[in-house]
Design a protein around this ligand. Structure first.
Ligand SMILES: [Zn+2]
Ligand SMILES: [Zn+2]
Length: 169
């Protein structure tokens, strides 16, 4: 099984939490990239716009030789935001997988695209490809002339697939 793209590495500010992202066959490179300007992402990160890579959990290897200072905060009923308890770096966002049991027993729909988003800013190196979003979420919260200037990807007023954001006019 050969990787179709070299792994990406990253971690928190203090280095306690380190990870590697793999791109085995079947996982495309670049991964889906989004930006978000929702209030929760802003509060969690301290940034007006956050950039995220949408990944399958199996692509991420957490370095278990470093200190385990990774924790998650449950920011809404099914959503968890990961951060380093030592340095405070914002690192991940994920939605809890809805395990739906069929009456017969088998979990339904094997992997309901259980994705985990990693904050792009925690990568060791970021290039234009990784920084360019496919989709931009919560553009309705944009700050005119400042956070509405990334001219890439589909722009949504709020959630992905909702009302399209067409700017200020
Ligand atoms: Zn840290
Ligand atoms: Zn957000």
């Amino acid at each position: 099984m050969s990787a179709v793209h070299a792994p990406l590495t990253g971690g928190c500010l203090c280095g306690s939490v380190r990870y590697t992202i793999a791109f085995p066959p079947g996982r495309t490179y670049p991964p889906q990239r989004i930006t978000c300007q929702c209030v929760q992402c802003r509060k969690h990160s301290g940034a007006l716009t956050v950039h995220l890579l949408c990944l399958h959990p199996s692509q991420i290897s957490w370095d278990t030789t470093t200190a385990t200072t990774f924790q998650e905060f449950q920011s809404s009923p099914h959503c968890f935001r990961g951060f380093c308890t030592r340095c405070g770096s914002s690192m991940t966002w994920r939605k809890q997988q809805q395990q739906q049991q069929q009456p017969g027993g088998e979990p339904e729909g094997e992997e309901k695209e259980a994705m985990i988003d990693i904050f792009t800013g925690t990568l060791d190196a970021v290039d234009a490809t990784l920084a360019t979003p496919d989709e931009q979420l919560f553009c309705g919260n944009a700050v005119r002339g400042v956070t509405d200037c990334v001219a890439a990807g589909r722009k949504w007023v709020a959630m992905r697939g909702g009302e399209e954001w067409t700017g200020w006019d």
